[in-house]
Design a protein around this ligand. Structure first.
Ligand code: ADP
Ligand code: ASP
Ligand code: MG
Length: 506
């Protein structure tokens, strides 16, 4: 019997259709049978685009567009029925699954009807926090169904391969009630999920109570990523794209030896491969590097993934579901020792906020007060760019900028507050960045060569963050990647020889 445990997490593209779910089941089976591998605890996302679809349904019922929501629901159900058809070959197992799916559809429709009801009634003046947040809570209940259905499909597909596997129908993670930033305004935001923080001790107890008895019988548990429930039993989510985070919360709760995040790329790359052609695979990264990368926009890992596990040195491996023979990237306490930048990322749609004292000899700025005010409207600074006694500038997400500025102008008396929208942060990241004294110069020169103005910047021991106009950001990313990481070698065209022309080779 295997004594160590590991979480295998599969993202939305990995379970994107029936054939892919079967491929996932095969990876799980190989891990289960490999004596060198720890025992697998499986965590799955919703099928690709399904959470978007559920949130569209939620918006439509809140705005009373019931016919369109019915239409979406129909295609949602069909997608899962089609997947069941391809993912399970044994007809008896498939029929049981189809019944489970039909039951789940009925419960989903009940949750949709409940959301319609709460969206139509206005909360009273002295409503409890739960009643006040009725719409976001009812929306989370609808959004949860993507992962719940995935769990049924994946677990049945695994047992179709002859492995003992069980779908966990109850959420493993226990969370706080979601805290809505600027609570009042959020109530009208339809089709939005608000992330709730996990409660580590309660989750640990719950996870062990649900999962350990299965492990005693060598049964592979298949759990839903992304979702949890409150102590009072309301469904919650960890926020959009939160299934990586849920995998690490579950791994910490079960004292796992490692986590593998299976996704649709070979591992963590030196840039987003959708934007840069010649990216490189990073075989290893430190926790700090990976955290910085995801903070500055690398979608491959959710920014909170490392929080529950880094202090316990639990490594995370990022691997490709579609090329499982590759070893991927290991994120752990030790990284690579090379100098220079390891990766370039871009975080877009930012706003630069500048707070300045109009009185040069007045009281020095109070950064604590500024950030506390920003936090009141749910805006964490994405990067702090510059600070002097009477001046502070930082970037926040563009959506939050207007409320931050309004609050600062209201509460900060004689301070002048300005904002500039339409910006992006390009981050050049790597523990070796400052080892090479030329790195910052190379980064600035890369942008200068492309005539891309740097509006402001911030730096740390892990790299440099250059703030540029949002419209320049993709070009900036490519030029930084080219000059700091992987030069683009132009294709050389040789003039055809007379012989080649004569023989029609060209
Ligand atoms: P999943 O559905 O498996 O969770 P995501 O779409 O959330 O997958 O994350 C994987 C995607 O992250 C990749 O398809 C890739 O486009 C994107 N990505 C962005 N930056 C990077 C990077 N530096 N390395 C690898 N992938 C990246
Ligand atoms: N299904 C969820 C989402 O799309 C969580 C995830 O896939 O990470 O946000
Ligand atoms: Mg993801």
């Amino acid at each position: 019997m295997k004594s160590q445990l590991q979480v295998l997490k599969f993202g939305g593209t990995s379970v994107g259709n029936g054939e892919r779910i079967r491929r996932v089941a095969q990876i799980i089976a190989r891990t289960f049978h490999d004596p060198a591998e720890a025992f697998p605890i499986v965590v799955v996302s919703a099928m690709a685009k399904v959470t978007d679809q559920l949130l569209r349904i939620a918006t439509l019922v809140c705005t009373g567009e019931l016919q369109s929501s019915q239409h979406e629901l129909k295609s949602f159900k069909q997608k899962h029925l089609d997947a069941a058809d391809k993912a399970i070959h044994d007809s008896q197992k498939r029929n049981i699954l189809l019944q489970q799916l039909e039951q789940a559809f009925v419960s989903l429709e009940q949750d949709v009807a409940y959301l319609h009801q709460v969206a139509g009634s206005s909360p009273s003046q002295n409503a409890s926090p739960e009643a006040e947040n009725a719409i976001p809570l009812a929306t989370a209940a609808v959004a949860a169904w993507g992962e719940r259905l995935s769990v049924l499909l994946v677990a049945t597909s695994v047992s179709d391969l002859g492995l003992p596997a069980i779908p966990l129908l109850e959420e493993v993670i226990i969370t706080h009630h979601p805290v809505l930033p600027g609570s009042k305004g959020m109530q009208q935001a339809f089709g939005v999920v608000v992330g709730a923080d996990p409660l580590p001790e309660e989750t640990r107890k719950n996870a062990q109570a649900i999962i350990f008895p299965l492990l005693d019988q060598q049964i592979v548990p298949v759990a839903a990523g992304f979702i949890g429930h409150t102590l009072s039993g309301r469904a919650t989510t960890l926020g959009r794209n939160g299934s990586d985070y849920s995998a690490s919360v579950i791994a910490a709760a079960l004292d796992c030896a490692q986590i593998t995040i299976y996704t649709d790329v070979d591992g963590v790359l030196s840039a987003d491969p959708r934007q840069v052609m010649n990216t490189r695979l990073l075989p290893s990264l430190t926790y700090a590097e990976a955290a910085r990368l995801s903070w500055f926009g690398a979608k491959v890992l959710h920014p909170r993934t490392l929080i529950p596990i880094a202090h316990r040195n639990i490594p995370v491996r990022v691997r490709n579901t579609f090329r499982p023979s590759l070893r991927g990237t290991v994120v752990g306490p030790e990284g690579r020792q090379k100098s220079g930048a390891a990766a370039i990322t871009v975080r877009r749609h930012l706003s630069l906020i500048t707070v300045e004292s109009v009185d040069m000899f007045g009281a020095p700025e109070n950064a604590g007060q500024v950030f506390a005010l920003a936090a009141r409207v749910g805006a964490a600074p994405v990067a702090i760019c510059s600070s002097s006694g009477h001046h502070l500038s930082f970037v926040v997400e563009e959506d939050a900028a207007a409320s931050v500025v309004a609050l600062l102008q209201h509460d900060m008396g004689t301070w002048r507050v300005r904002s500039r929208n339409g910006l992006a942060a390009c981050a050049c990241i790597g523990s070796g960045f400052t080892v090479d004294p030329m790195s910052p110069a190379r980064a600035i020169t890369a942008l200068a060569r492309e005539r891309i103005p740097v509006i402001t910047q911030g730096a740390s021991e892990l790299g440099i963050t250059l703030i540029v106009e949002d419209i320049d950001s993709e070009r900036a990313l490519r030029s930084l990647h080219r000059d700091l990481i992987a030069p683009v070698i132009p294709l050389v065209r040789h003039a055809a020889t007379v012989n080649e022309k004569r023989h029609g080779v060209l």
